[in-house]
Design a protein around this ligand. Sequence first.
Ligand code: ADP
Ligand code: MG
Length: 439
Amino acid sequence: MLNDTVLTLLKKEISENEYQKYIKQLNFDEKASNSDNIVFTTPNQIIANWINRKYKEKIENIYEEQIGKKPNIIIKVKTKKNKTIHIKNYQNSEQQTNNITSTILNPTYTFENFIVGNSNQLAYTIAKSVAQKPSEIYNPVFIYGSSGLGKTHLINAIGNYAIKNNKTVIYTTSEQFLNDYTYHARNQTMDKFRNKYRKCDFLLIDDVQFFSRKEQTQEEFFHTFNELYTNKKQIILTSDKPPKKIAGLEERLQSRFEWGVMADIQPPELETKIEIIKNKCKLDGIDLDIDIINYIASNMGDNIREIESAIITLNAHSNLLNQKITLDFAKDIIKEQIKIKKETITIEDILKTISKELNVKPSDIKSKKRNKSIVEARRICIYLARTLTQNSMPTLANYFDMKDHSAVSHTMRKITQMIEENEDFKIKVNELKNKIVRN
Ligand code: ADP
Ligand code: MG
């Protein structure tokens, strides 16, 4: 049958694990389907949303290839009474109404799929214990660390665990909280907003650093926080930096964020990275030799998101070219990825951003002036130019009007030492780096 053919074709495009986990749960609903609308049912909303997001377009395209026209694929949830309810397309409904409710939890971000090492042990242990025993020991929980180290994964794992135990969970980012707030304030439906955020067992807010300087949202969140806290509901927050370092965060919120327990996630040590890669390969059905895994772990940075994306690219290339993934093949692809990333950033970009952020003129940064603030801006520029671009030391010496490459190398040593010794400085450099990379 056509539908079976389509799903079999889809199977070739995705991993066995994905197929077994999601696509196998789809049932063709013959009665509800017609030539324009193909309807499938799934056992629950999480799977329906996930399929809408990740596979709907693929399924539509395969139908198009098979029958020459693109039908609407509708994924419905099969209810217990054997009735179906319509789940709106996740992204469309968000855009159309702008009535952003909570983001759906990612079902693959579980505790079981989270690899624990020294770098994330504390955050993992705390996350697991609040998922199991909410608001008994730690409230609120504040998890922080750089981008790509697993904060969103852990907070989702708490949510998924809680949902399994029939708790009401609201998972959202601070930006969505803000949008939701603005929407309800404008439509004078604040009672709905409050009902939603204040009547849950778990409130999970990802990336609270974006509350920075949003006074009205902070005010609203302050009251939400107090209400939940008083009612002994569990609050979990993540951020890329500790509360004290979030500029423009009201003091009363900062102090509340610090009331419970704070846990940071550090960059993963080599063994943890290796384990994470192995686990990722297993989940996605990708076969990599151990020397390739070691190569990726030792040569890529600490951002796990980037590592995962490299593995996916590698696998896609290998499928496309019908070529086995050898170490040389992996080296080529990864080198290319690192190169592409570096080529998109120039010394000028770095100079411009640092000049703006630190309020020092570009011409001063490039001069020989010795004021403290100018020297610091210059050092940071050189350090970031060396780590984020492919420019050689002599090129940088020339650009920054320094004697020769040894002056650049001296600056690199100096700044690396400052980063190691001074936590505040490390955070500052990291923030500047993020600004440049995101630009
Ligand atoms: P953050 O929110 O801190 O920026 P994410 O939670 O989005 O980072 O993590 C980025 C990716 O890396 C995700 O796909 C996540 O599953 C994966 N990841 C991060 N840490 C781990 C870990 N310890 N074990 C398994 N996967 C991880
Ligand atoms: Mg995140």
